[in-house]
Design a protein. Structure first.
Length: 308
């Protein structure tokens, strides 16, 4: 008899625990620095506001990356925060940006097409070094309504029956007016990189007296080697591109224009030779992708803007 009671109690406990967990799937997109956008999905269970599950970042159904996630839903403040804790697999997914483990803080806000869940993201590698930034946006209106209106069993207060006369008056809902200019919006995306090659040049009007150049391999690290010339002087000879950025600070020479040349020395395992560059002029930044076959070169011209 005791065993039967224990078994029944165990079944009831398991059923109650299962009732506290709800499963959700959110579909949307991720935008990252450099102007790229990818499909992004969260599949997770919600237990008393704590979420666990996985994310999928994908170009197509056959090119995706999966990562485990943990996070928290704050229904009162209409927020959802989560972070990717580890990579499960990468099935051919590639990006020009340096994508690492995502950490996102999202807000459930109104839009012209119902409500959306959106906000900025940062990403870090396993050594906690910063990687690309961007934004995430989920637009599953029905799923989001269910997610933010749900009350998990573990959070629900016990129901107490009271006489009608003793029922507490309902609180009036405060009216919230949301202006487009005051809404929290996704992180501002970096401009789309200018792509230059042997027959495509780029010219920039420059305001400061220094050109800051960051150069790195923003795709697969496959052994690309470049040389950078500034007014025909080799400022970075025969450099093998890495994931980490290499920075050059070069004063303007007084020539007008100054000329930057990127030479493809070696193509690596995945032709063509591709180099990511970020040119900084004070507070302005210009992302560039230079790509060429071996021996070819790309040209950037820096034209000093006239003083006003």
């Amino acid at each position: 008899m005791f065993r039967l009671i224990a078994l029944v109690f165990c079944c009831i406990s398991c059923f109650a625990a299962a009732a506290q967990v709800k499963n959700y799937t959110l579909k949307g997109y991720m935008g990252v620095q450099g102007g790229e956008s990818f499909s992004y999905k969260l599949v997770f269970s919600d237990s008393a506001g704590n979420i666990k599950g996985y994310s999928l970042t994908y170009l197509t159904e056959t090119k995706d990356a999966k990562a485990w996630i943990t996070g928290r839903i704050d229904r009162e403040n209409k927020t959802l925060s989560f972070r990717e804790t580890s990579i499960v697999y990468n099935n051919g997914f590639e990006s020009n940006a340096i994508m690492c483990l995502v950490d996102a803080q999202l807000n459930y806000v109104p839009s012209n097409k119902g409500y959306v869940l959106e906000g900025p993201l940062t990403s870090k590698d396993l050594s906690n070094a910063d990687c690309s930034k961007g934004s995430i946006n989920f637009v599953n209106d029905d799923v989001l309504k269910e997610l933010f209106s749900a009350t998990p069993a573990a959070e629900a207060a016990p129901v107490v029956k009271q006489p009608v006369a003793q029922k507490a008056p309902e609180k009036k809902r405060s009216v919230i007016i949301v202006y487009d200019t005051a809404r929290r919006k996704p992180a501002v995306m970096a401009p789309v990189p200018d792509k230059i090659t042997s027959n495509v040049e780029k010219t920039y009007d420059w305001n400061t007296d220094t050109v800051v150049i960051d150069v790195w391999d923003g795709s697969n690290i496959d052994g690309d080697v470049i040389s950078i010339l500034y007014n025909n002087s080799r400022v970075l000879p025969h450099y093998r591109l890495k994931e980490e950025k290499k920075q050059l600070r070069i004063p303007l020479s007084g020539a007008n224009p100054d000329v930057i040349i990127i030479i493809a020395e070696e193509e690596g395992n995945e032709p063509p030779n591709t180099a990511n560059l970020l040119l900084t002029d004070g507070t302005k930044q210009y992302p560039v992708i230079a790509y060429n076959t071996r021996g070819k070169q790309s040209v950037i011209r820096i034209r000093k803007a006239p003083k006003k």
